[in-house]
Design a protein around this ligand. Structure first.
Ligand code: NAI
Ligand code: MG
Length: 332
């Protein structure tokens, strides 16, 4: 069976790391049909629109999408694209690899972040010269859906194990935000109990202290939207660089995969961007489409290159994007 994959390079190094990821996917015995779509700053300059309707449709109709990055228009591109794939969870692994200088080499966590509501649901108003307000949205249904995904994720053994071997950690602030995080917490705990999954609870501020002090105690971490955004970036800081972090926006019948990093204007066009985050995003895409073994092959090849080189400049090496990509393909 062939998979229809929408490919959006976007701006800056998106145009360098997405082709690298495609090169890796094409080296596998999986049948893909890649269709390119345009989005980002350059398209807005040319057409007035950062995300043309054709690109939105392409992504909505695809089996999955690989996205690079957009510049100033990032929010105008990625927020509608998350909606195009109907994404309810943002999966963000942060793993330290041997051979990479990490603040906390023992870090291996996966954040499962609620991806549709919370303070990012957009109910923000400027009411006067002095006053602005933001309405936070939390539903039991979205919270339950996230928790159901988390229970399946740990049951399938897809997450790293922290102290809670077969369960997950939920981070929230329900002691202060009693109604919103309270609802989130209740929904997550109820689903976990129904499914017989262990849950450790952390207040998100305490978690922000404990994670850098001892990341080894955490495996899968479930969070509301804003908390997940901030805490997963904190974890990214522990593992040694933006060039390494992939992510997935998973929906019911579609998903979009993207490196966490942006367009890196300081190095764009030089051919020296680290392709690892994009290639690991492609590994997540493979696993999402059921090609778990191929996904694992890609991960193993990436890990081997990270530990033995060649490495790009962000990791202290002097290799080009192409050289690193060729080395990954070589080790497949
Ligand atoms: P950035 O991630 O583009 O760059 C931050 C730093 O990390 C830079 O020094 C860059 O050279 C380095 N870096 C990032 N990825 C790298 C890679 N693969 N290899 C080597 N070095 C890498 O974040 P920044 O500078 O805050 O944003 C630049 C632009 O990207 C902005 O216009 C922003 O809006 C956009 N952006 C887009 C995102 C998206 O499309 N999802 C996400 C984050 C930022
Ligand atoms: Mg962020």
């Amino acid at each position: 069976m062939s998979h229809d994959i929408a490919v959006i390079e976007g701006d800056g190094i998106g145009q360098e790391v997405v082709p690298a990821a495609i090169e890796v996917l094409e080296a596998l015995e999986v049948d893909f049909e890649f269709v390119e779509g345009e989005a980002g700053d350059a398209v807005r300059e040319a057409t007035g629109e950062a995300l043309p309707a054709e690109t939105y449709e392409l992504v909505a109709d695809a089996d999955a999408t690989l996205f690079g990055a957009a510049g100033d228009t990032a929010a105008d591109v990625i927020l509608p694209l998350r909606e195009a794939v109907d994404s309810f969870v943002n999966v963000r692994p942060a793993k330290a690899y041997p051979g990479v200088d990490a603040l906390r080499p023992e870090t291996d966590v996966v954040f499962l972040r609620e991806n549709t509501e919370g303070v990012y649901a957009g109910h923000e108003d400027r009411l006067s010269d002095d006053l602005s307000t933001l309405t936070r949205v939390v539903t039991s249904s979205a919270s339950r859906e996230l928790a159901e995904y988390a229970c399946e994720f740990v049951a399938d053994g897809r997450g790293p194990a922290g102290d809670s071997e077969e369960g997950f950690t939920v981070a929230h602030k329900s002691n202060v935000m009693r109604e919103t995080d309270g609802r989130f917490r209740e929904a997550v705990l109820a689903v976990a109990e129904e499914r017989g999954v262990d849950v450790d609870e952390e207040l998100m501020d305490a978690f922000a202290t404990k994670l850098p002090l001892d990341p080894s105690q955490y495996g899968v971490v479930v969070c509301p939207n804003l908390a997940g955004d901030v805490l997963s970036d904190l974890a990214a800081g522990l593992v040694g660089g933006l060039g390494l972090l992939p992510s997935a926006n998973v929906g019911h019948d579609n998903a979009l995969f993207e490196p966490v990093h942006g367009t890196a204007p300081d190095i764009a066009g030089e051919g020296i961007a680290n392709p690892t985050a994009a290639v690991l995003s492609a590994a997540m895409l493979l696993e999402y489409l059921g090609h778990v073994e191929e996904g694992q092959r890609v991960r193993t090849a990436v890990e081997s290159v990270l530990s033995e080189g060649p490495r790009t400049g962000d990791l202290g090496g002097d290799a080009t994007t192409e050289e690193v990509t060729a080395a990954i393909v070589d080790r497949l």
